[in-house]
Structure formats: structure tokens, C-alpha cells
Design a protein around this ligand. Structure first.
Ligand code: 4AD
Ligand code: MG
Length: 461
């Protein structure tokens, strides 16, 4: 029976094992050969020693090229080498799939991340992308563990929706209409009654609004799903398709929200450091030196909590020259967010009580009449990793706000009903999953922490 490389321990020494995987590298000679075999179950490869006296040696070694898939049965022995504590002495080798060394795009040399994006179907075989995939999986598991342990229910909110949660109009339209021959109304507008849903429909930018309806029945819920934004942002932190975790808590205010977010992030970091040591050592050595210490610092100190107004004071007094000026009322750019987290406080910052006019319609108005109970969490290297708020639970204030922002109240009728029937204070946030992975791994570009990145002009694979 096959054993995965991650499961092999010292206890298997002197037993016969069968492993299967892809050759990372090989050194062949007339008398014996070495193979590094990787099956992706863990960072480390297994060293295989092949003695020339195995069956069919001459023929086999011609096929042991990087990328080929093989099945090996042999005896696990203590390794004399420093690199690994054990190795497999091959007894039989079966070539499962050959790999032409002349044509295989993944040569042994170091490839740029830009090049690897063009062969995204093969890049998971590299050290970096294998490690990213394992850390991503661990973070997803940690997310469920954290929320489930804290009594949150996992809710699946719709992916196709008619509601624009963020009111920013950055939505992909979903239609079955023939774009070459659009049906028109008398007034020459597109006749959406002829469309699949008989009205305009979109890919969701957030599950929050639907999430709120479940929180206002079940107390604590979270969503974890794909999210779509048609914003034309060509940055290292934006994708057109990304994954978001959105918890929503009834009977909670902005401070409960901050506590939950801070505990959640710390839980995730601890989880990955504990469960993915080989991968994290790789990131620490080759991708972002010092990242493990940095994450431990984040785990071990409280996040800074700072009101927007105070942040503006700090930014205005900063010795640093910013590309964009800041004044009270302007939205912060990534350079400002990063200055606060990286240079000024040197730790994650929870910025809250933002000016109302730069934030979404659903955020709860503060007593000063100018600010809302919004909170963003800013971290080193990335800027905003979380955006959230206490929600406006007062019907009259919410309606007035929607009128002021020019939103069509009719299309949010169900959302408004929550405020009519047993309204309660509630709060929640959204964490960009890929930004969390960037933060944990130190990977610079968000396009390299999701298997198949979608961004303007790119929808390959
Ligand atoms: O700040 P945002 O837009 O907040 C919301 O969508 C709220 N409805 C969340 C809530 O309160 N339930 O997005 C939340 C987070 C951001 O902080 C960022 O980490 C991530 O989602 N995000 C993106 N990640 C990758 N690519 C993009 N284009 C992103 N837009 C937002
Ligand atoms: Mg935001």
C-alpha cells in the first residue's frame, strides 16, 4: 500500500514502503543513483537510493528525469546524510509517467514568479507554490476551527445576487441575454425582464447583507466563499475573484467586533506556525527573512486601536513624504495604511470611527453625526486586511442614509425589514483570505497565493 511522504517517520525504519510522486531532481551514474521524490503531502522530498543491481537498472535510469512520476518500493533506512534523517533504498521502481527533460517547462534553475504564472498548471510542483497551497489549506481549516469553536454557524450566502452590498458598483453582471442582440424596452433600455432572472443580476461582492439576516436569527454566523469585484485595480493586493471570510454577530458592537477579528487573526497565525513548520521555515529562509519572528510578535502583543481622526494627526505630522495628501475626510491610501502599521506602530492597527461619507451605507452612525462605527485592520506589507463595522440597526437613520446616497430602497426591502422586526445591534467584518495568506507567507503578489488568479485582462486556465 502506498504511504504519503508526510506520514513517514523514524518508526518506519527497516520496513518496506511504497511511495509515489514526482521527481524533483535526480543524479544518475553507472553504479547507483539518487532521486529527490516529492508527492506534495509535505515540503520535504524523500531521498531514494537506487543501486545498480536492481532489475532493469540501465533502462530505468534513462527515464528518471525531473518531472517524471514514479512508484518506488523499498526499505527505509537511517540516512548517513545531514539533509535528511532517513532515505529509501529502492527495490523496485515503476515509471508511471515519463517526462521529456528537453520540453519540461520546470527546469531545475530558479524561475521568476512572473514566468510561473504563465504555467500556473505546473507551478504547484515548485517548492514555493506547494508551500503556499499547504498554508492556504491550513488557514482555511483554522478559519473553520476558530469560528466553529466559538459557536458560529457556517452559512452559504448566494454567489449570484441582485444586491450591491458595498454600493460601489463594481459588480460583474450575470446574464444569458445575447449581447449582440439585446432586447429593448419602449424607452430603448435593455429589457431585463427577458433575461434569465427577469432582472439584472450580478456576482456577489460580499455575502454580508444576507449574512446579517442569518445573524439576526441565529446569533453568530460566518461565511467563507468566493467574492467578485470588477474593479480595475492592477495591484499586488487586488484580485477580481478572491475569497472572503465574513463573520456577523448579533448583540455585538464595534468593540466586540475588534476583539473577534484580533483573536481570529492571532488564532490563524498560531495554527500555521504549529501545523506547517517545514513550509514556514521555507518562507522564513527564502521568501521573507524574519517572517516567523514577525508573526510571533503579532501573536504576542495587542493590536493598536486608533480612531481615524487621531490617525490623520499622525499622518500629517509624519516625517515621510506621501504621494497622496491626507486631510480629515479623505480615504486612506495603502501608503498611509502601511506607514501606520509598518513604521509608526510596528504592529497591526485597528483603525475605527471613519468619516461617514467615505464608507458604505450600512455602517452605524456615531453620535457625533460625522463618523460611523467602521473598523479596518491594517498590517505590515499589505495595508487593509480586514474591513468591518457595527451595522446601522435604526430604521429611520438607515433609510435617511440610503436616500442621501441615492440607493434604491425598494431593492433592499428585505434588508430594511430586519430593522422593523426585532432589530438588534450587530456587527461583523470581512477578511480577504488571499491577503491573510500574503501576510502569513510574506508572498509579495496576491496573484501568487491563489491557484488561478483573475485580474484585469487575465482569465487563463
Ligand atoms: O472592505 P471590504 O470591501 O468590506 C466588505 O466587503 C464588507 N462587506 C465586509 C463585512 O463587513 N462583512 O472587503 C473586505 C476585505 C478587505 O479588507 C480586503 O482584505 C478584501 O476583503 N478585499 C480584497 N481582496 C482581494 N482583492 C480585492 N479586490 C479585494 N477587495 C477587498
Ligand atoms: Mg474596505
Amino acid at each position: 500500500m502506498r504511504i504519503k511522504i508526510s506520514k513517514i517517520t523514524e518508526n518506519n525504519i527497516d520496513t518496506i514502503l511504497t511511495v509515489m510522486g514526482w521527481i524533483k531532481s535526480s543524479r544518475t551514474s553507472k553504479n547507483f543513483s539518487f532521486i529527490e521524490l516529492n508527492d506534495g503531502s509535505c515540503f520535504n522530498s524523500l531521498q531514494i537510493i537506487i543501486d545498480a543491481n536492481i532489475n532493469n537498472y540501465e533502462n530505468i535510469i534513462t527515464k528518471l528525469s525531473t518531472g517524471a512520476s514514479i512508484s518506488v518500493a523499498g526499505k527505509l533506512v537511517k540516512s548517513p546524510g545531514k539533509e535528511q534523517s532517513f532515505e529509501l533504498q529502492a527495490q523496485t521502481i515503476e515509471i508511471l509517467g515519463e517526462c521529456d527533460p528537453e520540453k519540461y517547462p520546470l527546469q531545475k534553475k530558479k524561475h521568476s514568479f512572473e514566468f510561473l504564472r504563465e504555467i500556473a498548471h505546473l507551478r504547484a510542483r515548485t517548492n514555493t507554490f506547494g508551500a503556499v497551497a499547504r498554508v492556504r489549506s491550513a488557514l482555511a481549516f483554522a478559519t473553520h476551527q476558530f469560528f466553529q469553536d466559538n459557536g458560529f454557524l457556517y452559512i452559504h450566502t448566494p454567489i449570484i445576487t441582485a444586491a450591491d452590498c458595498e454600493g460601489a458598483g463594481e459588480m460583474f453582471k450575470v446574464t444569458t441575454l445575447d449581447l449582440e442582440k439585446l432586447p429593448k424596452t419602449d424607452k430603448n433600455n435593455v429589457d431585463y425582464t427577458k433575461d434569465f432572472f427577469e432582472k439584472p443580476a450580478f456576482l456577489t461582492v460580499s455575502g454580508q447583507l444576507e449574512g446579517e439576516t442569518y445573524a439576526c436569527a441565529l446569533s453568530d454566523i460566518y461565511t467563507f466563499g468566493p467574492t467578485f469585484r470588477a474593479e480595475n485595480s492592477n495591484t499586488s493586493r487586488h484580485l477580481a475573484e478572491f475569497w472572503m471570510i465574513e463573520p456577523e454577530m448579533a448583540f455585538a458592537d464595534i468593540y466586540n467586533n475588534m476583539d473577534c477579528a484580533e483573536n481570529y487573526i492571532k488564532y490563524c497565525l498560531k495554527y500555521v506556525l504549529e501545523k506547517c513548520p517545514q513550509d514556514m521555515n521555507f518562507f522564513n529562509k527564502f521568501i521573507k527573512p524574519g517572517i516567523i519572528d514577525k508573526l510571533n510578535n503579532v501573536i504576542n502583543s495587542p493590536f493598536e486601536r486608533l480612531e481615524y481622526t487621531k490617525a490623520i494627526d499622525i499622518l500629517k505630522k509624519a516625517p515621510k513624504k506621501f504621494e497622496y495628501n491626507v486631510e480629515w475626510g479623505t480615504d486612506l491610501q495603502s501608503e498611509h495604511e502601511r506607514y501606520l502599521a509598518e513604521e509608526y506602530f510596528k504592529k497591526p492597527v485597528i483603525l475605527y470611527n471613519y468619516p461617514a461619507h467615505i464608507k458604505a451605507f450600512y455602517m452605524r452612525q456615531n453620535d457625533d453625526g460625522k463618523t460611523v462605527a467602521a473598523m479596518d485592520i491594517l498590517v505590515e506589507g499589505i495595508g487593509e486586511i480586514i474591513g468591518g463595522s457595527q451595522r446601522e440597526e435604526r430604521l429611520d437613520i438607515l433609510e435617511a442614509k440610503m436616500d442621501k446616497m441615492g440607493l434604491d430602497k425598494n431593492s433592499y426591502w428585505w434588508y430594511l425589514e430586519l430593522r422593523k422586526y426585532g432589530s438588534v445591534k450587530h456587527a461583523g467584518f470581512g477578511l480577504g483570505f488571499e491577503r491573510l495568506i500574503q501576510f502569513v507567507t510574506g508572498m509579495e503578489n496576491i496573484r501568487d497565493v491563489i491557484a488561478y488568479p483573475r485580474f484585469p485582462g487575465h482569465c487563463d486556465f
